[in-house]
Design a protein around this ligand. Sequence first.
Ligand code: ZN
Length: 115
Amino acid sequence: MANVLIVVDMLEGFCREGYPLFCGEDAVKIIPFVKKKIEEYDKQGLPMIFVADNHAPDDKEFQLFPPHCVNGTKEAEVIPGLFEAARRRVLIPKNRYSMAKEGRKPVENPDLERV
Ligand SMILES: [Zn+2]
């Protein structure tokens, strides 16, 4: 059985101060660790799945939380250097806490290799 690294919500909106759902300095501190793990998996040719909060401007989640990670905004982007460090990768946008509950299809992008 092959290992797969799942990277969840390592997004500008959660890891950068100034956004409404910034998770604090602890989120910033783990970025180098996550990048190191991605590089380790990449060296071994292992696949990675990036799960990313991604909402429509009128998403019903905004009844509970302030608007965040709206599709197409900087806030919804993966922290620079993480996604790029993975060669075997796929990005799965989600609009709820759990991708399993209401996950969406992987982004169709010719630059991404399906895993
Ligand atoms: Zn959300």
